[in-house]
Each structure stands twice: as structure tokens, then as C-alpha cells.
Design a binder for this molecule. Structure first.
Ligand SMILES: Cc1ncc(COP(=O)(O)O)c(C=O)c1O
Length: 376
């Protein structure tokens, strides 16, 4: 059987990782400024994480959501403390798309309405509801095309107000910082106005923090730079440091009913052990602060580098527009400089490294980047 070829692959196979490095079978070392798409939060093969998962799988890897699971309670408690959302409740899922799917469902159950407002260039995942709220017709099948989602420009509060006046919307969904679009943050003022407007209109505000959350921007969630409190917050990627897990943080005014949401794998023992270990490391190693400090330094140095025309982002969620063709440059970074980065379109290089990236590693990246630009 062949694999269904939907991915463009680099001719490199990492077989092992450590911190912000991965290694191929020949032992070549690659600096990882991509984190497998913002997933590696505490670094590859962190010893505490390895120990926690190993011990859990030897004890009990899985049982269903029909029995008590105190690991879920511990995860919810740690996540409440780390994020400042102690009074919210947690529904556990397996991925970012699934978290958004459940958040939209909750908003629709809660308001009994069925329209969603999303933003131009938004990405919320590839499952049915999430892809409907994703502004990319190329990844929507005819089955997914719907007139229940309207897209308006990011930061256009008047357009939001006009739409909400129709009183048909259950939710507005917005990324903490748009990631797939190339690192575009909503203005802080806009986010505050959006919160006030949705509250007045009785519409749920869903903050998709799947990519921008878990400490990446120097706050636990990116929207916390503004002080707003959304109705629903979705998370995934960095939550399990590679172990698949996602979640929805749900404000106290939502009422649960038995069977309203559910999943076979969500919140399983292994996933919880992984996610608990991640939060313990984030806390013990002060990684949210590290993301801010090292991210600021990286952004400053990128702004001074030749070949870069714009730098955006917060903390370690960085988009750099380059003068040349970004996909070509990223390929050269992998093959010639042994550095992994992310991309977005033809112009943007995305940096989404582990939150534990060290200053010397950030400087090493800048040097390798400069070397590459100098040889062009
Ligand atoms: C903001 C955002 N939401 C949702 C998703 C979907 O997450 P997953 O691929 O885990 O389904 C992504 C993935 O890139 C994302 O960046």
C-alpha cells in the first residue's frame, strides 16, 4: 500500500530529537525553529515528559470516558492555574480542529442559532465545521461549502457590527494571532471592541489559541495581552508537546448535559500524562517568560538582517517577510544550513520554535540565516 500523497516532503528524516535539535539517521543535527508546526513546546524528548509518558503507558495507557479519571482532573486544575482560567471548565479532545468543532457546537447549543462569523485568511482546521470557518476555498470540498459562515476583514469592527445586527450568529471565531495566514495579530483595541460587541449581542466569542496559545507569545494565551475573557478558548498543538491532545476552555455560563459532547480518545490517560508533564515543565522552567525574552531578541535581530522586509509577531510566534521566494529560502535553510522553519505563502518564513529555545540557539539561527543570504 502507498501513502496518500497529500504532503510536500523535504528529503530529510529526523529519527531522534533533543531540546531544539533533531537528528537524522546519519547523526546530522538540525536546528528546529519550527517545532513540527508549533507543536513542540517544551523541547524534543524532555526527560520529565519521557519519564511521565513511559510510566503511564506501563501502568494504564487508555480507558474510556465511562470511568473516573483523576489525570483529567489534575490536568484541568494545572491548566486553570497556568492560564488564569480557574473558573472555566475543560472539555478534552484530540486535535485543534476537533477543539474548534466542539466550541462551535457549544456556541450553537447555547444560543440555539446556527451562523458563525469568521475572518478573512482565518485557519481553524480541516474537519467539517472547522474547515467551513477556514477562509480557503481550496481545502473545502463541495460538502463543506456553506452559507452559514460569513468572513469579514480582520480589525474591521464595523463589518462585525453590521453582521451581528442580523441576530443570526451563535459565534464569532478568531485566532489569537493568525498563524497559517502568515502571523497577523488582531489589534488589541479591535479585540476589546469585539468582546464588548459580542457580549452585547449575546454571541459567543471563540478564541482559537491552537497555534498562538500555551505560552508561545509570552502570555499563556495570546488574547491575554488585552485582558479580555472569551466565552470559549480552544487549544491543542503545544498542549501535548507532540502527543495528540486538544481542549476547549468553557466559561461558567455554559451548562453541560450528559452526552452533549463526547469522544472515544479525548482525555485518555496517556494524553493527560503528556499534557500534565508539559504544564509542569512550562512552570518549573519559566518557559512563558523565556518565550518572551528569546522571542524579543530574535525579532530584534531579524529586523537588522539583510533580506528581510518585515517582522511580525509576539514572543516565539514570528513571521518574517523575505525579499526572495520564501519556500526556496526555507528549502535552502534545511538542506544547506540544517535549520527547520515554517512557511506561509510566497513571502513569509514562520518561526515557531520550542518555548525553551536558548539565546545562543536564536543567535545561531540568525548567523545561519545571514550566511545563506550572503551566498545568494
Ligand atoms: C489556529 C489553528 N486552529 C486550528 C488548527 C487545526 O489544528 P489540528 O491540525 O490539530 O487539527 C490549526 C493548525 O494549524 C491552527 O493553526
Amino acid at each position: 500500500m502507498n501513502l496518500f500523497p497529500v504532503y510536500s516532503l523535504y528529503p530529510v528524516e529526523p529519527v531522534r530529537g533533543h531540546g531544539s535539535y533533531v537528528y537524522d539517521a546519519e547523526g546530522n543535527e538540525y536546528l528546529d525553529l519550527y517545532g513540527g508546526h508549533a507543536v513542540i513546546s517544551i523541547g524534543h524528548a524532555h526527560p520529565h515528559y519521557v519519564e511521565a509518558i513511559s510510566q503511564q503507558v506501563a501502568r494504564l495507557g487508555f480507558y474510556s470516558n465511562s470511568v473516573q479519571n483523576s489525570l483529567q482532573l489534575r490536568l484541568a486544575s494545572l491548566l486553570g492555574q497556568a492560564s488564569g482560567y480557574d473558573d472555566y471548565s475543560l472539555f478534552l479532545a484530540n486535535s485543534g480542529a476537533e477543539a474548534n468543532e466542539n466550541a462551535i457546537k457549544l456556541a450553537s447549543f447555547h444560543t440555539r442559532r446556527n451562523r458563525v462569523l469568521a475572518f478573512h485568511h482565518a485557519f481553524h482546521g480541516r474537519t467539517s465545521g472547522a474547515v467551513q470557518a477556514t477562509d480557503n476555498a481550496d481545502i473545502q470540498s463541495p460538502f463543506n461549502r456553506t452559507d452559514r459562515v460569513t468572513f469579514v476583514p480582520l480589525n474591521d469592527i464595523n463589518a462585525v457590527e453590521r453582521e451581528l445586527a442580523t441576530r443570526q450568529y451563535c459565534a464569532v471565531i478568531i485566532e489569537g494571532i493568525q498563524g497559517v495566514a502568515g502571523i497577523h495579530a488582531p489589534d488589541d483595541d479591535f479585540l476589546c471592541q469585539l468582546r464588548a460587541l459580542t457580549q452585547r449581542a449575546g454571541v459567543c466569542l471563540i478564541l482559537d489559541e491552537v497555534q498562538s496559545g500555551y505560552g508561545r507569545t509570552g502570555r499563556f494565551f495570546a488574547h491575554q495581552w488585552t485582558g479580555i475573557r472569551p466565552d470559549l478558548i480552544t487549544t491543542a498543538k503545544g498542549m501535548g508537546n507532540g502527543f495528540p491532545i486538544g481542549g476547549v476552555l468553557i466559561a461558567p455560563h455554559f451548562k453541560a448535559a450528559p452526552g452533549m459532547l463526547g469522544t472515544t480518545f479525548g482525555g485518555n490517560h496517556l494524553a493527560c500524562a503528556a499534557a500534565i508533564a508539559v504544564l509542569e515543565v512550562i512552570e518549573n522552567e519559566n518557559l512563558v517568560n523565556n518565550a518572551l525574552q528569546v522571542g524579543n531578541l530574535l525579532q530584534e535581530q531579524l529586523r537588522l538582517a539583510d533580506g528581510i522586509i518585515d517582522v511580525r509577531g509576539r514572543g516565539l510566534m514570528i513571521g518574517a517577510d523575505v525579499t526572495g521566494d520564501a519556500p526556496t529560502l526555507r528549502r535552502q535553510l534545511v538542506l544547506e544550513q540544517r535549520v527547520f522553519t515554517g512557511g506561509a505563502g510566497k513571502k513569509t518564513v514562520r518561526l515557531l520554535p520550542a518555548l525553551s529555545l536558548q539565546t545562543a540557539q536564536a543567535e545561531d539561527f540568525i548567523n545561519r540565516f545571514k550566511l545563506l543570504i550572503a551566498t545568494q
